[in-house]
Design a protein around this ligand. Structure first.
Ligand code: FCB
Length: 448
């Protein structure tokens, strides 16, 4: 069996997010988040579930750190719930909310695990939403002052920062389709939100540099490799547009300091008002980052379609779809990594999420024997390995997710964890994939 060895010091990790695992959303003086409110609104979550208990990580974080240590993780990516720190407004810090992350960070460091902290993984405080939310420009300033506080309080120990997780999802699912919190349905709001999220990112990077704290900061984008459904010119143009809408709209302002011209034109043609794009804003948004976080799950086969946005997903008949309906094709990861390196010249990339969902009912019991997940992760890691051989500066990989958790509008049904969570007893059990990942980490290599 050939062995695919990863570079020395490659960072093996797992990822989670606050609202998806913590539970106790209002404990110790925390304020409501838009996800708390949304999941408590009837009809919003397919299964009617909420994050009230989730994995109870808020109380069981020590046990979870123990599991991470058993896995041999080098790093753990988690997010901070902004409304725990600022429950009522942008000025009043709740020290008890911050104390939870103090304990978590100290516990991780004591276990020899590097914290990778995401500042925003979708749980906006409701006070911010009620004052306009992401479509309001001031939201970027509120975020920046929250970020400053975190740098000041945790920056003595945390050395890796991610400003935002998947701003495309925050903007479009939150404000356009309304499938995610806060559930608004306005394309204009979504486009405004996308701009202000990018501005928030830029301001946070600026605050981090000003803080003088050592360490690195970047952003996590959800990207897909777009392929046209046919050789027809219209499908090729649609795939390019989709790539602009999902990938380039967020990537290019951050790494090139400019929004992609084709998308600017398409949005204007659709009658949308775009942010000022002033030289000052663009300088902030485009300030150098230390790394790009890439969340990669699937490839996207795209065909032309009438009306806005002008494209639709059209998977070929032989394409395997996962339980979320996503197109499985690991080669897309390889293509995307090469492109990020060659076209955008990125200096450092982490895969901050990649993973595979399974539904318990497909197994009639706990899916501890999760071979399809191992297959998925292995195939993607092999593509990552190949990209590294070609010079792509990929420095780490984080499995989504450490454990089963609240999968947003889908509730708890799709399970992404390599550790199983029994939601009745909250007991954790490593799945086959956890044992496998543990061996990969120990060997710093894959045998395939
Ligand atoms: C990503 C999210 C993460 C999780 C995975 C499955 O879009 O960042 O929270 O829900 O998808």
């Amino acid at each position: 069996m050939p062995t695919y060895r990863f570079p020395e010091g490659f960072i093996w990790g797992c990822a989670t997010a606050s609202y998806q695992i913590e539970g106790s959303p209002l404990a110790d003086g925390a304020g409501e988040s838009i996800w708390h409110r949304f999941s408590h609104t009837p009809g919003k979550i397919k299964t009617g579930e909420t994050g009230d208990i989730a994995c109870d990580h808020y109380n069981r974080y020590q046990e979870d750190i123990g599991l991470m240590r058993w896995l041999g993780l080098k790093a753990y990516r988690f997010s901070i719930a902004w409304p725990r720190l600022f429950p009522t407004d942008e000025r009043t810090l709740n020290p008890r909310g911050l104390a939870f992350y103090d304990r978590l960070v100290d516990g991780l460091l004591a276990a020899g695990i590097e914290p990778f902290v995401t500042l925003y993984h979708w749980d906006l405080p409701v006070w911010a939403e009620d004052r306009g939310g992401w479509p309001a420009r001031e939201c970027a300033q509120w975020f920046a002052s929250y970020a400053s506080t975190v740098f000041e309080r945790l920056g003595d120990r945390v050395k890796h920062w991610i400003t935002l997780n998947e701003p495309w999802v925050s903007a479009y699912l939150g404000y356009y389709t309304g499938v995610h919190a806060p559930g608004r349905q306005s394309l204009q709001d979504a486009v405004s939100a996308s701009y202000n999220l990018l501005l928030a990112h830029g301001l946070a990077v600026q605050r981090f540099r000003q803080s003088g704290r050592p360490g690195e900061i970047g952003i996590t984008l959800n990207m897909s490799h777009a392929v046209p459904a046919s050789d027809k010119e219209e499908d090729k143009a649609a795939a390019r547009l989709f790539d602009g809408y999902l990938n380039r709209w967020f990537l290019e302002p951050v790494v090139r300091g400019a929004f992609p011209a084709d998308l600017v034109a398409a949005f204007r043609q659709a009658g949308l008002k775009l942010g000022p794009m002033s030289a000052e804003d663009m300088q902030l948004i485009g300030a150098p980052i230390d790394f790009l976080g890439l969340n990669y799950y699937s490839i996207s086969t795209i065909a032309a379609a009438p009306g806005f946005p002008g494209f639709r997903q059209a998977p070929p008949p032989d394409r395997v779809l996962n339980t979320m309906g996503w197109e499985m094709e690991p080669e897309g990861l390889y293509q995307l990594l090469l492109r990020l390196h060659r076209e955008y010249g990125l200096r450092k990339i982490y895969i901050t999420e990649n993973g595979y969902p399974l539904r318990e009912k497909e197994f009639g019991g706990p899916d501890l024997e999760d071979e399809p997940r191992i297959h998925y992760i292995r195939e993607h890691l092999l593509r990552a390995w190949r990209a590294i051989q070609e010079g792509v500066p990929l420095r780490g990989y984080f499995v989504w997710s450490l454990m089963d958790n609240f999968e947003w509008a889908e509730g708890y049904e799709p399970r992404f964890g390599i550790i199983y969570v029994d939601y009745r007893t909250l007991e954790r059990k490593p799945k086959r994939s956890a044992h496998w990942y543990r061996e990969v980490i120990a060997a710093n290599a894959i045998e395939a």
